[in-house]
Design a protein. Structure first.
Length: 528
């Protein structure tokens, strides 16, 4: 037994030069020093202990547990094992390579998330959470641990975001709700201003932001009320690049300013009236045609403010996927206006009906021009489509209305980033999109048609793959992706606020400024 003890001591001291020197000098080495070096040697692999136990009889099991508790390294002290990628040769952690080889396995995502948390990488774990949610394995406990890790690193943005996600998974967590309320008071105050009284694209963003920041939505009617709310806020978000931003951007700066431009504003006067040096970030929906128009009309805008592409996002929970066989019900969702071009869709549908009389066309939306409403009903009668075309009016539950539909048609001559098409695709409907300028930047070419014949070919002959349409939306324009990009914008501005002294001085010097007015005849062009 003494020989074994001496052999073990020699092995331990070999792992530490200072301890080896003391041993060779015949010093008496305390057990505590040996234990410390033994723990380190086991952790780095220079000593591999072999412990004998009798599992069936339980012999030695208790001693083994004591040994592991005393000398085995904690997972938090270990780095993930690494290997070489078989193709690139780059070093990768084993969990990452397993995820890359088979990203569909739920246990791989979970294990890799645990590796990220063990290494103090909450952002890495958070990136895996959407996939884990899809597989139904995301737990609020895991999200809470990621949030704790982020807050330990003083990353307030990621920490609060994760706590908000946890509360959504399990709303009964009163402690988490209280914690969020406390942390929100440490964050930037965000105000929303919505021009044209049209918040249809803003709801998901406000829900996201108000769960993470102190938040107010402008409900006033005067410039004084606008000033007051901007002075309260650290960040003011202007939805639509319209008259409100044209006014607010001229005032001395009291807060950070974000503007989100959709489409039609790029062709109206307001962008040329904005003081872009006072706008910190211009968010656009990613349509390069409208962005090119804007940059041509406002020279140097890309150097006067920061441009950020954030496509409109679809709330996948509100538009659940439903697999469906190929069918013959074609849907149109949205306002009915000349620029939306429903007249062309009637022509396409007439040709399709001649091929197969079983097809039906359904419109969900309001007419914006009385003359178009008269024309559409007139043409339905004249072309003999009365039994095959139905106008269902505005729908408060579009998802339910889409339940028995099979295709979603977009005949528009101009669009920004048409969220209605994406919502229908999320439900599993096949898209048929007219080739408006910029359409190919949003959709695969196979979903796009130029003329009546191509529309019919797309509907009749193209493969029908509902799961693929859903996956396209999940990959490119989910509400979660949109809100993550919004969070990036706000978090960056939050870390660089307008100086308090600067804002106070600017507020004191605010002078009168008149709201830009448009001719009465132009008002109909303001409609998004």
């Amino acid at each position: 037994m003494a020989g074994a003890a001496n052999a073990l001591m020699e092995k331990i001291v070999e792992a530490d030069e200072a301890l080896m020197e003391r041993y060779l000098n015949d010093e008496t080495i305390p057990v505590e020093d040996l234990a410390s070096v033994l723990r380190s040697a086991i952790a780095d692999g220079s000593i591999v202990p072999i412990c004998h136990v009798a599992g069936a009889a339980g012999g030695g099991v208790e001693e083994l547990m004591d040994f592991l508790a005393a000398y085995a390294p904690s997972p938090l002290d270990m780095t993930a094992p690494a290997g070489r990628h078989p193709e690139s040769g780059d070093e990768v952690r084993i969990g990452e390579q397993a995820f890359e080889l088979d990203p569909t396995r739920a246990d791989t995502r979970w294990n890799l998330a645990e590796v990220h948390l063990a290494l103090g990488e909450p952002e890495g774990a958070r990136a895996l959470f959407p996939g884990m949610k899809k597989h139904g394995i995301l737990s609020y406990d895991l999200v809470n641990r990621a949030a704790e890790s982020a807050l330990d690193k003083d990353n307030l943005s990621v920490g609060v975001d994760l706590l908000a996600h946890s509360l959504k998974i399990e709303p009964t967590q009163s402690r988490i709700e209280t914690m969020i309320d406390i942390l929100k008071h440490k964050r930037a105050k965000v105000a929303f201003f919505c021009d044209f009284n049209d918040p249809k694209f803003l709801g998901g963003i406000i829900d996201h932001v108000s769960a993470r920041y102190p938040c107010r939505v402008f409900s006033g009617t005067t410039e004084d009320e606008m000033r007051e709310l901007m002075q309260w806020s650290d960040i003011s978000w202007f939805e639509w690049c319209g008259p409100m931003l044209a006014v607010a951007s001229q005032w001395p700066k009291t807060c950070r300013i974000v503007c989100r431009l959709h489409r039609f504003e790029a062709y109206r006067p307001w962008p040329t009236q904005v003081n872009w040096e006072n706008v910190d970030t211009l968010v656009h929906v990613g349509n390069r045609v409208h962005l090119s128009t804007l940059t041509a009309r406002v020279p140097g805008i890309e150097t006067r403010t920061r441009l950020k592409a954030i496509p409109n996002g679809v709330d996948l929970d509100k538009f659940p996927f439903a697999d469906r066989p190929r069918g013959k019900n074609i849907a149109y969702v949205g306002y009915l206006s000349l620029k939306k071009n429903p007249m062309f869709l009637l022509q396409c549908f007439r040709r399709l009906l001649a091929h197969d009389g079983g097809y039906r066309l359904f419109f969900a939306g309001k007419f914006q021009e009385p003359v178009l409403e008269i024309y559409m009903h007139h043409m339905v009668r004249e072309m003999g489509l009365a039994g095959a075309v139905r106008f269902d009016g505005w729908q408060t539950d579009v998802s339910a209305w889409l339940e028995d539909k099979h295709y979603i048609a977009c005949p528009s001559v101009v669009e920004g980033h048409p969220v209605g098409i994406m919502e229908a695709m999320a439900r599993g409907l096949a898209p048929a999109v007219h080739n408006f300028p910029g359409a190919s930047d949003i959709y695969p070419r196979e979903f796009i048609f130029n003329d009546v014949d191509e529309f019919c070919d797309l509907v009749v002959n193209h493969p029908y793959e509902p799961a693929r349409y859903r996956e396209f939306v999940e990959a490119h324009c989910s509400l979660g992706q949109q809100n993550a990009l919004v969070e990036e914008v706000l978090a960056a501005l939050e870390t660089n606020p307008v100086a308090t002294e600067e804002g106070a001085a600017a507020a004191a010097g605010l002078g009168p400024f008149q709201m830009p007015r448009q001719a009465e005849a132009d008002k109909e062009l303001w409609t998004p």
